[in-house]
Design a protein around this ligand. Structure first.
Ligand SMILES: Cc1cc2nc3c(=O)[nH]c(=O)nc-3n(C[C@H](O)[C@H](O)[C@H](O)COP(=O)(O)OP(=O)(O)OC[C@H]3O[C@@H](n4cnc5c(N)ncnc54)[C@H](O)[C@@H]3O)c2cc1C
Length: 84
């Protein structure tokens, strides 16, 4: 199977990795000169995607509607991200 993904941010990169792990050929179309540009400038250039705090500490620290993120955090946790 061949898949085309529009946008090479974190979501597009994750989608490409997931598709590839299932045997598909994934191509990313990105308008910026390189992939993950915004991800690279987060946290004032340190690319601080996550941290090693207990996952129960995450939701109270989300300023608005943190409960919305509950299932996402438990489906793919900070430690899953670090392992990746
Ligand atoms: C100022 C700022 C600071 C942040 N700091 C942090 C932080 O410290 N830690 C953290 O974890 N998160 C941080 N974030 C949030 C993080 O950047 C986003 O959650 C993350 O980038 C979202 O990923 P995404 O793949 O959904 O979207 P994006 O990263 O926006 O990726 C979408 C991609 O699609 C491309 N694209 C769009 N339209 C087209 C098109 N028509 N054709 C081709 N390509 C296209 C874009 O160029 C982009 O590369 C910050 C965000 C901002 C704005």
């Amino acid at each position: 199977m061949k898949i085309v993904i529009i946008g090479g941010g974190p979501a597009g990169l994750m989608a490409a990795a997931a598709a590839s792990s299932m045997g598909a050929t994934a191509r990313i179309i990105e308008k910026n000169p390189y992939l993950g540009k915004k991800m690279g400038i987060t946290g004032k250039g340190r690319c601080n995607i996550t941290n090693s705090a207990d996952i129960s500490e995450f939701i109270p620290n989300i300023p608005v509607n943190g409960k919305f993120m509950h299932s996402a955090f438990y489906a793919f946790s900070n430690t899953d991200m670090i392992d990746l």
